[in-house]
Ligand binder design. Structure first.
Ligand SMILES: [Zn+2]
Length: 274
């Protein structure tokens, strides 16, 4: 039998398109944990769909634990913080580890080219957007650990996302802008949901990068972007490795306790808790 050249088209129902759209907004940090979504009629208008379609999409997101509707005067539809169980986290991170190198290589190619083009094409308005995003990130990093607001990691990542997508927008090239958005959407899901603290080096290089773009120095902007991305990549790998190690140690402890074979070490003095 002759092989067909094309596969059949499966048209997605409207509510699935809406679900995907809202999921993506969350992944990009355009919707934040705790945020209340607009009222049904308004949201349906904004999305350009019927209220029935919207309701179907909301039901799916509710089942997935992404949003929650609350009753009462302060009620409405709220974005839930994305938390995962330990098992889920472990599976996600192991999977991510294989992917993370590939994504980094892609980022290096796309985002250094983006920085170069942004330095040459940026407007004052673009610079304003980058400065605002950087100010948000610096403020979050500067907060003392004790007073860190909940979800500060998610807020930081959303500002970081805004910083990188505003650089992409400054190129004036919609393909580059789309590629960077794609990278951000892929990257944010597990990382924002998994990590509860920020690597201290997370904000490194942003200021130098912005300075180079302001100065319209394309070579320097590309260099700064490359070193920022490589630094961030190393930081993420360190963090994943240490979380995986901590989880393996915790599991080993549980297993030992279960088998009743817990031997106390040479001295318990070295064990201290904070
Ligand atoms: Zn960054």
């Amino acid at each position: 039998m002759k092989k067909t050249m094309v596969t059949p088209v499966r048209a997605a129902p409207a509510y699935e398109v809406v679900t995907e759209h809202l999921r993506r907004a969350l992944q990009l940090g355009r919707l934040m944990p705790g945020e209340r979504l607009p009222a049904e009629r308004q949201l349906a208008d904004q999305l350009g769909v019927s209220r029935t379609t919207l309701r179907q999409a909301i039901r799916v997101l509710e089942l997935e634990g992404i949003v929650e509707s609350r009753r009462g005067p302060a009620g409405g539809l709220f974005v839930l913080p994305q938390r995962y169980g330990e098992r889920q986290v472990k599976a996600m991170m192991a999977e991510r580890f294989a992917q993370i190198e590939e994504l980094h290589q892609f980022r290096l190619v796309i985002e250094t080219a983006t920085a170069r083009a942004a330095a040459l094409n940026r407007t004052d308005k673009d610079i304003g957007r980058m400065q605002a995003a950087l100010a948000t990130m610096s403020a979050i990093i500067a907060q003392p650990a004790a007073t860190k607001v909940p979800d500060h990691v998610a807020h930081f990542l959303a500002a970081d996302s805004d910083f990188h997508t505003s650089i992409a927008a400054a190129t004036g090239n919609s393909y580059l802008a789309h590629a960077v958005e794609e990278i951000r959407a892929t990257r944010l899901i597990p990382i924002g949901a998994v990590f509860t603290r920020l690597d201290p080096t997370t904000n490194d290089g942003h200021q130098d990068l912005l300075d180079a773009i302001v100065a319209q120095d394309a070579d320097r902007a590309a260099e700064c972007m490359a070193s920022h991305l490589t630094g961030a990549h190393e930081g993420i790998k360190r963090q994943i490795q240490s979380e995986l190690k901590a989880q393996a140690a915790a599991e080993r402890k549980v297993r030992e306790r279960k088998s009743g074979a817990v031997k106390s070490g040479p001295s318990n003095v070295s064990e201290h808790r904070d």
